[in-house]
Design a protein around this ligand. Structure first.
Ligand code: AVI
Length: 328
């Protein structure tokens, strides 16, 4: 274990994220055909709690499967990366899975970046107390808009960590763009350790996104409740249903909210007419084969240097490296 550094071992940085405009994007999405609202708006405080509830359901295998891979492969991953890196986690507001890696990687510093300020501060504080030898630079930032490090973050070979198959919530072209931005952030020789959910039997995926206890349904419907709370909307929750299913051809699970009758709803002063059966598309969650994801990463300038799956072959973790020559 590295020698202890003087306290406090934590710094907070406000990188002035351009906050997503819920009002503007929700209204614009509801005017479109088919209607849609981007999944990033699921995660208000209630939505984040409901997401945690999803990860505890029997049907939602990704979290457990990824933890199994990280726990069994942490040593191997650390061997390939080496110690003394600057470890960056875009969207790492909960600082949860990274704990498994810290002992082996012994990074010079850890930089969690998240749009949710309070959530990030609380989790980073807890982590810094738990790992007194670790320098933590928590950055309040929207990594989908700006991939920038706090100026005081120490130098070191850079490693990005992007678990949870959040890459699946980007359309494939946007996923290439995101990985290319990470490649630029970590620079030549830098790494990306990323969790990616795998294509599989439709029944398993359908159940994972429509659990019997109704956690995923509550998560999806919370988007309507959030509009009621924040955008002076008047959605009648009994007149909407959660719909989710694997679209095998597209390689993605789609989530929708379906209107159960003809109805009129007000949102931010605008009137929207929904017919019975009409849906609002709220999320895509893309699933990849290992080779398919490696091809996608290569298009973004990163090569595979390792890929692991859990015992049941449900989920994968990839180690990618920016192979560009220094100065390229
Ligand atoms: C955060 N993201 C990777 C989850 C997923 O599986 O696509 C979000 C989620 N949606 C429904 N259940 C979980």
């Amino acid at each position: 274990m590295p020698s202890a550094i003087p306290r406090p071992n934590i710094q907070f940085h406000d990188l002035h994220p351009t906050l997503a405009d819920f009002r503007h994007e929700a209204v614009a999405g509801l005017r479109q055909r088919p209607r849609r609202i981007p999944p990033k708006f699921f995660y208000d405080e209630r939505g984040s709690q409901l997401f945690d509830a999803i990860t505890a359901t029997a049907e939602y295998y990704p979290t457990r499967s990824e933890m199994e891979i990280l726990e069994t492969r942490a040593g191997e991953i650390a061997e390939r990366i080496g110690t003394g890196s600057l470890l960056v986690e875009p969207g790492g507001g909960s600082c949860a899975k990274v704990r498994i890696l810290l002992g082996g990687l012994e990074p010079v510093a850890y930089v969690p970046m998240d749009i949710s300020r309070d959530h990030l501060h609380a989790a980073a504080q807890e982590l810094a107390a738990e790992f007194p030898w670790l320098e933590v630079h928590a950055a309040h930032a929207d990594f989908t808009q700006q991939m920038e490090l706090p100026p005081s973050a120490p130098e070191g070979p850079r490693v990005a960590f992007f678990p949870g198959s959040s890459i699946g919530n980007f359309d494939p072209e946007a996923a290439v763009g995101f990985i290319a931005a990470v490649a630029e952030l970590v620079g030549p020789g830098g790494f990306l350790l990323i969790g990616v959910d795998l294509r599989k039997e439709k029944a398993v995926l359908d159940a994972a996104y429509d659990d019997a206890a109704g956690a995923t349904a509550a998560f999806n419907l919370n988007l309507l409740e959030r509009m009621n709370r924040e955008l002076e909307a008047d959605f009648d929750l009994d007149a909407w249903a959660h719909r989710a299913g694997y679209n095998e051809q597209m390689g993605r699970v789609e989530m929708h909210l379906q209107s159960l009758r003809d109805q009129q709803v007000h949102v931010a002063g605008e009137v929207f007419d929904f017919s019975a059966g009409e849906t609002i598309h709220t999320e895509n969650s893309y699933k990849y084969r290992i080779d398919e994801f490696q091809d996608l990463a290569r298009r973004a300038g990163m090569d595979s240097v390792g890929a692991w799956t859990d015992r049941k072959g449900l989920f994968s973790v990839h180690l990618l490296r920016n192979m560009a020559a220094d100065g390229a």
